[in-house]
Structures are given as C-alpha cells and as structure tokens.
Design a protein around this ligand. Structure first.
Ligand code: FES
Ligand code: FES
Length: 246
C-alpha cells in the first residue's frame, strides 16, 4: 500500500506517527532529504478510534500527618491509627475495602485495600517499592519474593488484607543507607546475576535462608531457590555463589 493510500485511510499513517512521536529512524542517510521534506509537511490527523481501558485504583496509603490519621472515604480525622480503623470498619462495613497496617522496611504503613489485592501490588503501587518484580503473578517464578516475618514468600500469592501486624522486608530495606548488605555484596562479588530482573527475588530468598541457616549446603541452597526461575539461565552460578554463606 502506498503512503498516499495510507494517508487517505481513516486513522493515522505510519509516517505521521513517526513524525508526531519525534522518532529518529535508522538509515536516515539514504533519502534523508525526501524524508525531511515529507516530514516538513503540515498535516492534521484525527484518531478515529477510541480505546478505553479500565484502570483499577491503586492502593490508598493512609498517611500520618502530624499524628493525625484521615479516613480515606469520609475525611474524618483521628489521633491514632487504631481509632481510624475502628471508625472505618464501623461506618464503611461493606466488605469492599479494608484498612490494613503492617511494618514495611522498619516503618508502620497503613493502606486501604480491596480484599483481592496482593501484597506485591500494595508494595509496588502503594509504596513505590519497584525492586519487587512481578513476573508471572501466579507463584511460578519467584521474582516477587520478599521476607514476611523472616520467611521468604511470594508477594504475588499473599493477600494484602491478611498482612495485619506483619513485618515485611524488601530489597530496599536491606540497604537503607545505600551500602550493599552482605547478601547483596555476595551477589555482586560473584556476578550472580544477568539482566537482574529476577535478582531481587533471589536476594530476598537468600536473605531468609542465611537468617535460618548461615552456612547452607548445596542441597539447602537448591531447596531454598527451587521456586525461582532465571530467564538468563544464570541459576547454576547463583546457586553455587550462595553455598557456604556470606
Ligand atoms: S511474580 Fe510472584 S512468583 Fe512470579
Ligand atoms: S538475571 Fe535475567 S532473569 Fe535472571
């Protein structure tokens, strides 16, 4: 199909899209003048189709402003988190949302969550802890692993509403000062990573393993990492790196 025919069709041509997007196109030397001339033409394009996407609201993080907690639905304020939660559960008892609070990386956090939202979703969208990766989102890859009460768990398989009072540690909490923790240093020194997507999950699994078993054997490391996948095929190097502890 010629460019003219494309231009006459409803919608937007590829050329117009590239121009509007400000993209740099490879192979610009040959025919660059023609391309430049074509792109200098002023055109007005109207998108004829409308795409709609339903976006489920992100978890609402309950903020503590100078000791004041605000009900996210009716705006009433309270001097304690417990008082606000009691009010919320009494006044808005529809079961569609709940206030849950738990400790994340040393700080107590509270959220308004839907009953079906995962811990992974709340940590990423509510607190912006994006080191936690969502790979499969159904418990098959281990990329979302965090430590809950000292145990490695898949955050995509844990409901946020079940986290009341728990203590959660993510990769961000391992090195709050910016220096690598011993576990992270071990990964770094042994180059036990490829692209790095799976690495936060491996690090948190290793962190829980070392807490329980400071000098793990090969079999213990294999057991601890058995639920993890590395698409860079880096698993053998990672397993070998973790044997014997930090
Ligand atoms: S994202 Fe949780 S196990 Fe894959
Ligand atoms: S290092 Fe790339 S997926 Fe594991």
């Amino acid at each position: 199909m010629s460019e003219e025919e494309k231009t006459n069709k409803p919608g937007i041509s590829r050329r117009e899209f590239l121009k509007d997007a400000g993209m740099v196109v490879g192979g610009v030397t040959v025919g660059s003048l023609a391309f430049a001339n074509a792109c200098s033409k002023t055109t007005t394009s109207t998108l004829t189709s409308t795409q709609t996407k339903t976006v489920t609201p992100a978890p609402i993080t309950i903020t503590n402003t100078a000791g004041v907690y605000t009900d996210p639905v009716d705006g009433q304020t309270f001097s304690s988190l417990d008082a606000m939660k009691a009010h919320f559960n009494t006044v808005h008892p529809n079961g569609d949302a709940a206030i849950v609070s738990f400790t994340v990386n040393g700080t107590v956090q509270a959220f308004q969550v839907k009953p079906y939202w995962s811990l992974a979703r709340v940590l990423r969208e509510g607190l912006g802890l994006f080191a936690l990766k969502e790979g499969c989102n159904y418990g098959e890859c281990g990329a979302c692993t965090v430590n809950v009460n000292g145990t490695a768990i898949f955050a995509c398989m844990m409901l946020a509403c079940e986290m009341e009072g728990a203590t959660v540690l993510t990769v961000e909490g391992l090195s709050p000062s910016g220096t690598l923790s011993p576990v992270q240093q071990k990964f770094f020194d042994t180059e036990a990573f490829g692209c790095g997507i799976c690495t936060p999950g491996f690090v948190m699994a290793a962190n829980a393993l070392y807490k329980a078993t400071p000098k793990p054997t090969l079999a213990q490391v294999q057991q601890a990492l058995s639920g993890h996948i590395c698409m860079c095929s880096n698993l053998t190097r990672t397993v070998n790196a973790l044997v014997g502890g930090v």
